[in-house]
Design a protein around this ligand. Structure first.
Ligand SMILES: *Cc1c(COP(=O)(O)O)cnc(C)c1O
Length: 350
């Protein structure tokens, strides 16, 4: 007899990007710059009240987000990072082992983990040969057991994004009885005007929920704040299953201050966008396959050579993120750090 449920033996661990002292870390899609000084000041001020519990309802931040997005506050649930909201989405939709959570593969590695923690069944649909979501195949794979579908756009780790036209066709094909979560963690890096912005489709689709985060463009990965925007009944359910006080007072204050400085933070995404073009072009010239990317990273589908490539980069003090036999994801950073990576890529013979 084991004290612990047996199926957790096979639970894949979330693999964080490695950190090696002195090395350039391009493994976690973080922004290499610290938060602006005014955001750090707000964080320090909130930390001074750390003896008090945070606002359970996350009222001030929710109101600020509602204002920024032009939606009612009852449509926003804030969570301890959007990964936590992914887990809450499984909790509010799945109850039986036969309940299914669908997502593309390869996509965000948290999806299979939260599905298994929720004791639901994962159903994956392969990406197309050009590393994009195969939304037609996903819609066709919906069964009466399908409870939740994650669509990641831009997709982690391939960088490819879903267009508005194909996402609307997908929603129409799926129908209103399955919750669809559009994970837009990299929304701020999108420059292609054809890419879907889920927040514009919420009124027409009560079964749509959009996930965003402060971890990437807003430079607060260490504070753990993300949010979901959706129909009030979905949001209410997400709040019900949220671990109480899991969005800390420091996180709430930091996120509000980051919104106060959104213009500055978003402006610095432009440099990443121009660097991603430069990095991708250099890799293409060097002979690599690199799908077009709308995120702050590039994907190198190196297959069985992925681990060797990551080791080669690490020997040159650059940490990238290999995914088993599929490929390698590399965060786009400052010009100097990107150059160090490009030098390593150029000398890879494997
Ligand atoms: C980074 C990332 C997130 C953000 O997770 P947090 O928990 O908010 O830090 C969510 N979804 C995807 C696809 C990501 O890559």
């Amino acid at each position: 007899m084991s004290l612990i449920r047996a199926d957790l033996e096979s639970l894949p661990a979330y693999v964080p990007g490695r950190a090696v002292p002195g090395a350039i870390k391009l493994a976690s899609n973080e922004v290499p710059l610290p938060p602006p000084p005014a955001v750090l000041a707000a964080i320090a001020e909130a930390a001074a009240n750390a003896n008090r519990y945070p606002d359970l309802a996350v009222s001030a931040l929710t109101a600020r987000l509602a204002d920024a997005l032009g939606v009612a506050a009852e449509r926003i649930a804030v969570g301890c990072g959007s990964v936590s909201l992914c887990q809450q989405l499984v909790q509010i939709t799945c109850r039986e082992t036969s309940d299914e959570v669908m997502f593309a593969w390869r996509s965000f590695e948290a999806y299979p983990i939260v599905t298994q923690i929720g004791a639901a069944t994962a159903r994956t649909v392969p990406l197309t040969s050009d590393f994009r979501h195969d939304l037609d195949a996903m819609a066709a794979a919906v069964t009466p057991n399908t409870r939740l579908i994650f669509v990641c756009s831009p997709n982690n780790p391939t960088g490819t994004a879903v267009t508005r036209a194909e996402f609307e066709r997908f929603l129409a094909a799926v129908g209103p009885d399955v919750l669809v979560a559009l994970d837009e963690a990299y929304h701020e890096y999108v420059t292609d005007p054809d890419v879907v912005d889920g927040t514009t489709l919420l009124d027409a689709h009560p079964n749509l929920v959009v996930l965003r985060t402060f971890s990437k463009a807003y430079r607060l990965a260490g504070l753990r704040v993300g949010y979901a925007v959706g129909a009030p009944d979905v949001v209410l359910a997400l709040r019900k299953v949220c671990s109480p006080f899991s969005v800390s007072s420091v996180a709430q204050a930091g996120a509000i201050a980051a919104l106060d400085h959104a213009a500055e933070l978003l402006a610095s995404c432009a440099e990443v966008v121009s660097e991603r073009t430069r990095v991708r072009d250099a890799l293409l010239t060097a002979g690599y396959t690199v799908p077009p990317t709308q995120a702050n990273f590039v994907w190198l589908p190196l297959g069985e050579r992925s681990t060797a490539f990551a080791t080669h980069c690490l020997e040159r003090k650059v940490i990238v993120r290999p995914f088993a036999a599929d490929g390698v994801r590399v965060t786009v950073s400052t010009p100097e750090e990107n150059d160090a990576f490009l030098d390593a890529a150029a000398s890879f013979a494997g």
